[in-house]
Design a binder for this molecule. Structure first.
Ligand code: FE2
Length: 315
């Protein structure tokens, strides 16, 4: 049995040499400023958590991750895990309580509860006149405006590590992650990538929240954020492209494992941020898949991942 079962990814923490440039990129990417202090920037999505992305001022660095605990009882249980802190009051915007740990890669993991919530931001649903029902928008005219994507929430993180399978075990034993799909190279016990979801029992959750890839280098491969719809992803793509200063990494395509429609962009310090929409949803009953590397990463449609992205790791 794991110590606890986290309910979702809460935020990623980066360090960046300029908060102005960080905010400019993240705004173009579709996040909204929740708060900015002298040395830190807190960005939110349209969902209600106070923030989902934290940037501290300093040399470019991936600092760690926050996950949501179900309640304070779980924080108490987790505080008894090896290497865990006691329950701390969070002394930064958004508040709440947390337990901190260091993962086997050396990154800071914070498990939080009671973070402040804010009123959701407007994100009108858009219906389509397609397939068997061409009257979902009967009589209404579609108006797609040109603007950044509207990021709803942070959805997953991908880390690169040596002995990835062993590192993943720590996340499963402490935080309750379940394998959704794994990818092997050569023999079936040589797992080189592991897609893990939160265990919320009967509740259906994203196909993956935490992924770890086998790699010679350790670090962040990317953060991933859910946007509102396919149109929303495409207007965001065009917006970032037209900014003329951000490097596009991969997409648009549809993943094989997880099935999301995806689009990847780099921030000014090469930290990759993904937009996606339309994920497979699984509950705790689903059994894990096992796939050979030859088929594991080819998208259902779209081009294969660029070589430099497959090995990309920001320490
Ligand atoms: Fe991703």
């Amino acid at each position: 049995m794991p110590f606890i079962k986290v309910t979702d990814l809460a935020y990623g923490r980066l360090q960046s040499p300029s908060l102005d440039e960080a905010e400019e990129f993240l705004t173009a990417f579709g996040l909204v400023r929740a708060e900015r202090t002298r040395d830190a920037l807190y960005m939110r999505g349209t969902d209600s958590p106070h923030h989902l992305h934290v940037t501290h001022l300093g040399p470019s660095k991936f600092m760690g991750l926050g996950f949501f605990a179900a309640d304070e009882d779980d924080l108490l249980k987790l505080s008894r895990a090896p290497g865990a802190s006691g329950i701390e009051h969070v002394d930064e915007p958004g508040g709440g309580k947390r337990v901190t740990l260091t993962d086997p890669l050396g990154y800071r993991i914070e498990v939080v509860c009671g973070m402040q919530t804010l009123p959701p931001l407007p994100a009108p649903e858009q219906s389509t006149n397609t397939g068997g029902n061409k009257l979902r928008r009967a009589g209404e005219l579609l108006r797609v405006e040109r603007r950044p994507s509207r990021v709803k929430r942070i959805a997953h993180v991908v880390l690169m590590a040596r002995n990835a399978a062993e590192k993943v075990r720590w996340y499963r034993e402490l935080l309750g992650f379940l394998p959704s799909d794994e990818v092997y190279e050569g023999s079936k016990d040589n797992i080189i990538a592991s897609f893990n979801r939160c265990d919320r029992g009967e509740l259906f959750v994203d196909h993956h929240t935490f992924l770890c890839f086998e790699s010679r280098t350790t670090g962040l491969n990317h953060f991933s954020f859910e946007v509102q719809s396919f149109d929303d992803l495409m207007v965001g793509h065009e917006h970032l492209h037209q900014a003329g200063k951000y490097r596009h990494v991969w997409g648009v395509g549809r993943h094989l494992l997880g099935s999301q429609i995806f689009d990847y962009w780099e921030d000014p310090w090469r930290r990759v941020h993904e937009h996606w929409t339309d994920s497979d949803m699984l509950n705790a009953r689903a059994t894990a898949g096992l796939h050979p590397v030859e088929m594991g990463f080819r998208p259902r449609w779209g081009t294969p991942p660029p070589d430099d992205f497959v090995h990309h790791a920001i320490p």
